[in-house]
Design a protein around this ligand. Structure first.
Ligand code: FE2
Length: 212
């Protein structure tokens, strides 16, 4: 944890131009060689509470897993769009469906660059999610309510943002994941706004519940 903090401080200093690239690289190398969980000392790479043999393994696993989920996400939002009865949310649903689909394409391309064939498949929860939002008998406001109260965005994205800051070697994948999180945050923000508009006075009192 302390080392992660030091990494972040270092990165911040470099981004702000306080230290040069050479100093940044030297300090990073020193940190990576220090005690803790870095790959350099053979201890593997810890990301989102799980230990991987290397930074690359953590990245490949994450991108592959997200790619599978996003593919189902695209399917879900396209199905919702087909049965959506609320005109004012249609363009948002279409936009999110497109985002999900392009995430799949970009992630597949990155896996290909890394010499990895996509292999992860989406879990049962995701299949249930597709069925739920594609169901023509469930009103749009109820779908929005269920969707936006099923997770806490801060809790969901914090480990991924921490992961992004931990990535030191594969900067191409790092920036891909960083932008992916921004897209998902934007989609989530819009879904919450739409939820509030279609459920006036309801969302504030809704208890968080898991999607199932
Ligand atoms: Fe998504």
């Amino acid at each position: 944890m302390n080392r992660d903090f030091e990494f972040r401080q270092l990165l911040r200093a470099y981004r702000k131009g306080i230290i040069s690239e050479a100093t940044f690289e030297r300090e990073m190398a020193a940190l990576e060689g220090g005690p803790g969980e870095g790959a350099a000392n053979g201890g593997g790479f810890c990301a989102m509470g799980k230990m991987y043999p290397s930074e690359r393994a953590a990245i490949v696993s994450y991108i592959d897993r997200v790619r599978a989920g996003e593919s189902m996400g695209a399917e879900a939002f396209n199905q919702w769009l087909r049965v959506c009865k609320t005109e004012c949310i249609r363009s948002g649903l279409r936009m999110i469906a497109e985002r999900e689909a392009y995430h799949v394409r970009v992630m597949e391309a990155r896996l290909r660059d890394l010499g990895v064939a996509p292999s992860a498949t989406a879990g049962e929860e995701t299949a249930k999610f597709v069925q739920f939002v594609g169901n023509p008998d469930i009103p749009d406001n109820k779908k929005l309510l269920k969707l936006t109260t099923s997770y806490d965005p801060e809790e969901l994205w914090k480990p991924v943002r921490d992961f992004v800051e931990q990535i030191k070697e594969d900067l191409e994948s790092r920036e891909l994941i960083r932008l992916y999180v921004e897209d998902e945050t934007s989609s989530g923000n819009w879904l919450r706004l739409a939820c509030q508009a279609l459920n006036p006075g309801v969302q504030e009192t809704a208890a968080p519940s898991k999607m199932n």
